[in-house]
Design a protein around this ligand. Structure first.
Ligand SMILES: *Cc1c(COP(=O)(O)O)cnc(C)c1O
Length: 384
C-alpha cells in the first residue's frame, strides 16, 4: 500500500506539472535587498524595480536602529495575542500615530495587511449583507468578503456607473452594504474614484472601506472613506497592517476580528521600525517626491502617459512572453519579476515596474531604454 507521503507527493506532482505546462508555476529565489535600491541574487547585483519599498525605508539606518532598540528593550517576540499578554507598549503609540495621519478617530494594528482585511471585513458585513467590490480588488479583500458569508457583487474596475447599478440592487435588500476599493490599484498603479464611490455610498446607505496598501506614504489623495486599512510593509518598510475608523468600530475589532484575537501580536522590533519609518516619512518628504519623479521619468522616456503612483505596469499578456522579458531584463542587471495569473487576470501577465526614492535616475533611464514600446505590444530589447 502506498504511504500517505507517497500519495501526497503524487498529488502535488500532478498539480505542479499542470501549472508548469500553463507557465504558471511559482518559484522563490533568495534575494538579498540592499541600500540604493539594489538586490543580489545568485551572487549577481541588480537594481530592483519590483519591490514595494517605495521610500527605501526598509534599508534606512534610523529604521533599522529602531528595530534593534525595540528588540533590546522588549524582546524578540510578543509572546502572546495582544488580548492576553502580547500587547507591547509600542502598539498603542503606533495606533495613535496612524489615526492622526489618517485623520480618523482610532486605529488598530494587525499582524499584516492581509490579516487586517480578513479580520475587519467580516466585522462589517455577514450573512444577509452585500459586499460590493471592484473587480481588481486584492486577494485579501476577496478572502475577507468570502469569510464574511455576505453576498458579493463585483463592479467593473473604477466604473462608477456599474458600482451604482450594484448598489441600487443591494439597497433593495434588508442587510447592510459594504463597498471595498483600493486607493491605488496594486498591479495597475491607477487611483480609485474615491469621492465618487463615497458619494454613491452616501446615496445608497452603504459604507466605504478602502485599502491604502500602495498609497500610504506615497500618493497624497483625499480619502473620504470612514474606514481605511493599509499595510506597514510597503512604503513603511517594516511589517504589519492597520485598520482605522470610528472609535467604537475599532473597539469592536478588538472583540470580533478573529485575525487579531487568535494570533500573536507583532514583534516589538517591527513596531519600533514602523514608528521610526513614520518619523522618517515626516522628516524626509523628498523621498515621496523622488519615488514619484522616478516613475514619471520612466513614463516620459518610454512614451507612456504620466503615472498616478509609483507603480507602472507593462502588460504583455502571455505568461511565457512575460517570463522571457523578465529574464532579459535580469540579464541586463534589472530585477523586474513577471506577474502572472492568478495575481492578475488571465491574458494580462505583466512586468509590474515599481519606483523608489532610492533609485538613481540614471538607472531609471537605462531601464527605460531596455523596455521599448512597439505597435504589437511592449517589446523588451536585450542589453546592447
Ligand atoms: C500587499 C497588499 C496587502 C497585504 O498587505 P501585507 O501587509 O503584505 O499582508 C493588502 N492589500 C493590497 C492592495 C496589497 O497590495
Amino acid at each position: 500500500m502506498a504511504s500517505q507521503s507517497d500519495d501526497i507527493a503524487r498529488y502535488a506532482h500532478g498539480v505542479l506539472d499542470r501549472l508548469e505546462a500553463d507557465g504558471l508555476r511559482r518559484q522563490m529565489a533568495v534575494t538579498r535587498r540592499a541600500p540604493g535600491g539594489s538586490a543580489v541574487r545568485d551572487g549577481k547585483t541588480m537594481v530592483c524595480f519590483c519591490d514595494n519599498d517605495y521610500l527605501g525605508l526598509s534599508q534606512h539606518p534610523r529604521v533599522i536602529a529602531a528595530a534593534r532598540d525595540a528588540a533590546a528593550a522588549f524582546g524578540a517576540g510578543a509572546g502572546a495575542s495582544r488580548l492576553v499578554a502580547g500587547n507591547a507598549p509600542l502598539n498603542e503609540a503606533l495606533e495613535s500615530r496612524i489615526a492622526t495621519l489618517k485623520g480618523l478617530e482610532a486605529a488598530r494594528v494587525f499582524g499584516s495587511g492581509y490579516l487586517a482585511n480578513i479580520g475587519a471585513i467580516p466585522v462589517l458585513a455577514g450573512r444577509g449583507d452585500v459586499i460590493v467590490l471592484d473587480e481588481l480588488s486584492h486577494a485579501c479583500m476577496r478572502a475577507g468578503a468570502q469569510l464574511s458569508g455576505a453576498e458579493t457583487e463585483i463592479f467593473k474596475h473604477n466604473d462608477l456607473e456599474d458600482a451604482e447599478a450594484k448598489l441600487r440592487q443591494a439597497a433593495k435588500g434588508d442587510g447592510r452594504t459594504l463597498v471595498l476599493a483600493e486607493t491605488v490599484y496594486s498591479m495597475d498603479g491607477d487611483l480609485a474614484p474615491l469621492a465618487g464611490l463615497n458619494a454613491l455610498c452616501d446615496a445608497y446607505g452603504a459604507w466605504l472601506m478602502t485599502d491604502d496598501a500602495h498609497g500610504f506614504g506615497v500618493v497624497d489623495q483625499a480619502n473620504p472613506a470612514p474606514i481605511q486599512m493599509g499595510t506597514l510593509s510597503k512604503a513603511c518598510g517594516a511589517y504589519g497592517g492597520y485598520v482605522a475608523g470610528p472609535k467604537p468600530f475599532v473597539d469592536l475589532l478588538t472583540s470580533r476580528a478573529r485575525s487579531l484575537v487568535f494570533t500573536t501580536g507583532l514583534p516589538p522590533a517591527i513596531l519600533g521600525a514602523a514608528l521610526a519609518a513614520l518619523d522618517v516619512m515626516a522628516d524626509e518628504p523628498w523621498r515621496r517626491a523622488r519615488a514619484l519623479d522616478n516613475a514619471a521619468l520612466f513614463c516620459r522616456e518610454v512614451g507612456l502617459p504620466a503615472p498616478e503612483s509609483a507603480i507602472v505596469p507593462l502588460i504583455l499578456g502571455d505568461p511565457a512572453a512575460t517570463l522571457a522579458a523578465s529574464a532579459r531584463l535580469e540579464a541586463a542587471g534589472f530585477l523586474v519579476t513577471a506577474i502572472r495569473p492568478p495575481t492578475v487576470p488571465r491574458g494580462t501577465s505583466r512586468l509590474r515596474i515599481t519606483f523608489s526614492a532610492d533609485h538613481d535616475p540614471a538607472d531609471v533611464v537605462r531601464l527605460a531604454r531596455l523596455v521599448g514600446e512597439a505597435t504589437d505590444g511592449i517589446r523588451v530589447e536585450a542589453a546592447e
